[in-house]
Design a protein around this ligand. Structure first.
Ligand SMILES: [Cu+2]
Length: 464
């Protein structure tokens, strides 16, 4: 639920850095609503301004605005936040208006937009509006386009949302720290005509990553590549909500990547097309079908598909180590090595020592003592047992007969009889083979009728 910040209405706070706010905004700041929950919030139907079909932010929310003298005004507050990454683990991050990522900003092509940014961090910051066409002085690179926003100060950014499409926002000040701490948000500029590129459901989220040592709360900000929590909108499986669609809906999923590596995003059971990139909509003639699309660092991709087949369809990054939670990778591969008797000897010295990994890595059902505030590596329960996933994994749930705009979790899919993989009785018996020309027929195989083979031998190449 959105709790209104009383302080923003108080006269004392209006004075907070007001001198730095531009002429137009100086009179009063709009409210800065705060979100306390990490659950996906329902789409925010536009209460004012031009109409559009709102997006749904996965495990996130859209920032309300006010209209003032023809300007759409938003207020972002950069501040420390506590984000639940999944039940059982919270992280001390930096974000906006109570959450990391910050709220999604939704505007319409042609809107005059004013965003107030109040800095409640212990260091300076700015916001860069990634992908936007705007006046150079509004681009938000600290030191290049504007002075840094010092702690306690408020700046206003003003520009017209010229191009419809998919955008992001993030600091361009002490970037390595501030992005490693979770400062980022999504931005959607809807087309002026709501009928253009229309879909039934439009989901958005950012790819981000953290390096939080087991048992601790604050990300290590100097990590370059070896992050240990790979997240959709600062959530890991099983903490990521499902994306729910009605059978037959046209579904768009928009993904922005603000991690330090690329992510091949994969959907099961359906083909999709990349219909939008950082630069805008992809012309229809230039689209091709995919089931996996790579989202590189700093890129945005909009994928679209028709939710034709009911079920619980996995949707995840295809890098296997990005669908796991915090783990140690500096361990040898032990598959095929029987180290049980060594383990016996070690156990005399270290009573808790476990044999791990000699038949593979499966450990979904393994109960291991974990430090406080630490998630298991591979986890999540499905209707048939452990899903053995973590990190960048969730489920697209497609169902018959949902109401338009119903995003509630419909539970697990009930497989219709005869449509699920099944165990074969006597599964280790000798498989049936056709009789070999050598004669040795097998007792369990009924002798096949003679098979006529028509073999066309390669002919000469005399004509060449
Ligand atoms: Cu990945």
């Amino acid at each position: 639920m959105i709790s209104r910040r009383k302080f923003l209405r108080g006269a004392g706070v209006a004075a907070l850095g007001a001198s730095l706010v531009s002429r137009a905004g100086a009179a009063s700041l709009p409210e800065a609503p705060t979100q306390t929950m990490s659950a996906t919030q329902p789409p925010l139907a536009p209460p004012s301004g031009r109409p559009y079909n709102p997006v749904v932010t996965l495990n996130g929310w859209t920032l309300p605005w006010r209209m003032k003298d023809g300007w759409k005004e938003f207020h972002l507050v950069a501040e420390p936040v506590v984000r639940e990454l999944a039940p059982g683990m919270k992280a001390h991050l930096w974000g906006y208006n109570g959450q990391s990522p910050g709220p999604t900003i939704e505007v319409v092509e042609g809107d005059k937009v004013r965003i107030f940014v109040t800095n409640k961090l212990p260091e300076h910051t700015t916001i860069h509006w990634h992908g936007q066409r705007l006046p150079n002085g509004m681009d938000g690179v600290g030191g290049l386009n504007q002075p840094q926003i010092s702690p306690g100060k408020t700046f206003a950014y003003e520009f017209t949302a010229k191009r419809p499409g998919t955008f992001m926002y993030h600091p361009h000040a002490d970037e390595m720290t501030q992005m490693a701490m979770g400062m980022m948000g999504f931005w959607v500029t809807h087309p002026r005509d709501p009928g253009v590129q229309r879909v039934d459901r439009d989901f958005v989220f950012l790819l981000n990553a953290y390096d939080v040592d087991p048992g601790s709360f604050t990300p290590k900000v100097n990590t370059m590549l070896d992050f240990n929590l790979w997240t959709f909108n600062s959530r890991v499986f099983p903490g990521i909500d499902p994306m729910v669609a009605r059978k037959g809906d046209r579904v768009r999923i928009r993904i922005g990547n603000l991690t330090m590596t690329n992510h091949p995003i994969h959907l099961h059971g359906h083909e999709f097309e990349v219909t939008g990139t950082d630069g805008g909509w992809v012309p229809k003639s230039a689209r091709w079908p995919e089931v996996t699309t790579d989202v590189a660092v700093g890129q945005m991709r909009a994928i679209e598909f028709v939710a034709s087949d009911p079920g619980d369809w996995a949707f995840h990054c295809h890098k296997a180590h990005h669908t796991m939670n915090a783990m140690g990778h500096n361990v040898p591969t032990l598959i095929g090595i029987d180290h049980r008797d060594i383990a016996e000897k070690i156990r005399k010295l270290v009573p808790d020592y476990m044999v791990m990994g000699d038949t593979g890595g499966a450990m979904g059902g393994m109960e291991m003592p974990l430090p406080e505030n630490t998630l298991p590596m591979m986890t999540g329960k499905g209707p048939y047992g452990d899903v053995e996933m973590g990190g960048m994994f969730t489920v697209v749930k497609i169902r018959d007969g949902l109401a338009r705009g119903d995003y509630g979790d419909p539970g697990w899919y009930a497989q219709p009889p005869g449509t699920q993989a099944y165990e074969v009785a006597d599964g280790l018996a000798e498989p049936a083979r056709s009789a070999s020309p050598g004669g040795g027929s097998m007792p369990s195989v009924s002798k096949p009728k003679s098979i006529e083979l028509n073999i066309r031998k390669p002919s000469g190449h005399t004509g060449h």
